[in-house]
Design a protein around this ligand. Structure first.
Ligand SMILES: C[S@@+](CC[C@H](N)C(=O)[O-])C[C@H]1O[C@@H](n2cnc3c(N)ncnc32)[C@H](O)[C@@H]1O
Length: 247
């Protein structure tokens, strides 16, 4: 029997989203904003061309049927995505440090993809009340690995990250349905000693903003043109406001 693990807090996936704009095959665009380099592209086209990446802080699709504007987050695509992604991240960073958000619904599969000795960090957020659903606490697991350092070298405390302010990710004009809470992403970007940070699944650009706030160079990749434009605007605003801190 097929096990269908759909997060009850997420809207059900629809195979065809009205108004969806198909991505032109292998479209690519590069923009530089301050010390950030942003690509509108499939990350698997760009990653082989990159070098000199200090660390990865990223939030890839979880394979749980999440409803993105143009990416099909079908559970059956998760294996392939992770099998391609992790070796690229290992190669690019010289084996870490890498921080990769995941869904707890895939916890039984992580050992298949992540390098031996990976650690699991428990980030948390509070979902606000939504319709019938009461306010509740959610666990956002973040996978960490590094062949070059220990978790305690990258983060000041290695057992959990709690961001217990109500999360407003479902409100505002952000077109990405599940932006990371900025406080979570800042925690990593502020703490890790690397001078440059890569996010190959940039979405609305939260990691780019956090990287600027931390004074670090950023490389971001996003395939969806609407998300990409939003991320560019957000990162440009952050650069104007905080760019002086960037290296
Ligand atoms: C979980 S969301 C990232 C959200 C982001 N952390 C934020 O705070 O807005 C994952 C993103 O990966 C993008 N994506 C999926 N496959 C991709 C690929 N092969 N290359 C680049 N982006 C991709 C999706 O369009 C989506 O925006």
């Amino acid at each position: 029997m097929m096990h269908s693990a759909v997060n009850p807090f997420y809207p059900a996936r629809r195979r065809s989203v009205p108004g969806i704009i198909p991505l032109s095959a292998r479209a690519m665009e590069k923009r530089v904003i301050g010390t950030a380099t942003l690509y509108r592209a499939d990350c698997f086209d760009v990653l082989p061309t990159l070098s000199g990446i200090g660390a990865v802080v990223t939030d890839p699709p979880y394979g749980i049927g999440f409803q993105y504007r143009s990416y099909d987050d079908a559970p059956e695509r998760y294996d392939d995505l992770m099998q391609r992604l992790v070796p690229e991240l290992v190669r690019l960073t010289g084996n870490g440090p890498c921080f990769v958000w995941q869904s707890p619904l895939k916890a039984d599969r992580w050992h298949r993809y992540f390098p031996k000795g990976y650690r699991i960090i428990a980030a948390c957020k509070v979902y606000p009340e939504r319709g019938e659903r009461p306010r509740c606490l959610s666990w956002d697991p973040v996978i960490f690995w590094s062949g070059r350092s220990l978790l305690k070298d990258e983060l000041p405390r290695d057992w959990h990250l709690a961001d217990l302010g109500p999360w407003d990710g479902y409100t505002g004009d952000n077109p990405v349905p599940c932006p990371r809470p900025l406080a979570q992403v800042r925690y990593f970007c502020d703490s890790i000693p690397a001078e440059s940070i890569l996010d190959p699944f940039m979405g609305s650009g939260t990691t780019g903003v956090a990287a600027f706030l931390a004074g670090k160079r950023f490389v971001g990749i996003e395939r969806d043109p609407v998300y990409f434009e939003y991320a560019c605007r957000r990162i440009e605003t952050a650069w104007k406001e905080h760019g002086h801190a960037a290296v």
